[in-house]
Design a protein around this ligand. Sequence first.
Ligand SMILES: *Cc1c(COP(=O)(O)O)cnc(C)c1O
Length: 395
Amino acid sequence: MIYMDNAATTRTSPTAMRVMMECMEQFWGNPSSLHTPGQKAAEVLEQARADVAAALHAQPREIIFTAGGTEADNQAIQSAARLGRKKRKTHLISTAIEHHAVLHTLKRLEQEGFEVTLLPVGEQGIVRVEDVAAAIREDTALVSVMFANNEIGTIQPIAEIGKLCREKKVPFHVDAVQAVGQLPIDVNAMCIDMLSLSGHKFHGPRGCGALYVRRTLPIQPYIEGGAQERGKRAGTENLPAIAGMAAALKESCANMEANSAKMSAMRDRLIDGIAQIPHSALNGARSPRLPGNVNFCFEGIEGESLLLLLDDKEIAASSGSACTSGSLDPSHVLLAIGRPHEVAHGSLRLTLGPETTEEQVDETIQAVKEVVEYLRGMSPVWKELQEGVRSYVIQ
Ligand SMILES: *Cc1c(COP(=O)(O)O)cnc(C)c1O
């Protein structure tokens, strides 16, 4: 199988697995217990915290471990909203292409009386700093912008937005789930106040993530209970997962430059190969783009059939659209970059990993060409396009 779905999840690194195993064998104590097994576990927990903090140029006490990226996003936004409301600040700013963990949290807050501004991203899939500046008001409680998009891989101008938010004294949250371990991140230089990350997107375990919160920013717990995580996230820590995640992050960061160079070269080869297919278009700006992200639209075909046929050819891909999750709506990200419904349905996301080889890329290009041609051969829409009954959206 050629695995081209690293944006959905990554293969767990052997180092992370070894650390997790070791943790379960040797450090099974509860880190909150005062006895020796507990204190040994607490040491492992604090080392993991220091490692995660170092990867972001943060301080260990600024890291809260969570059960994944979704929880980190929920906590950051809910906390900023509730703290904002106390100061009569009920306006929240984000973008149209955020992950559903952010968008659905914002929708819930909207139902509770908050006002939400979702900024457009244009056809490049990149938010404009001027638009953020124009949207900020006296009563803005939070700006939340993702570091890199999970569907089209476009990278947002985080440092510039951070600087702006700092000047305007508005808390700035960044969903960096797709960026951590792949792009250099410095929460101080980039003026980031809160940042979400998730272990399974950088070869760590699933169900484990973290929220960075600047030490000067108050934060409310999202999960209530015990006094773990300095009272900011209750519940006995999932120590094996936390230690495994920290090990995976350390490893990803140590190999970041080499992996990034290798993956970008593979990505460009894949983009150039698929772009040869007539009436196809890359979704989102070619640059700045995650080193492993390729996302195309093809005229005249359905994304789902494309995926199933690729799976038959032993290639694991994604449509990058919500269709896969049981809804027939096309991806909100593709609609936000201006793709019409009919074209947004024919999308394909291929996300590479550090292990992706040139042979795999070439095999994928060949497979995509064959499958697109096959599907078009039986598509009534394609026939109409070819006969001129209908006009092409993608030239
Ligand atoms: C995967 C992902 C999440 C959710 O993280 P989980 O750990 O799977 O809950 C949030 N935001 C982005 C951008 C993601 O890619």
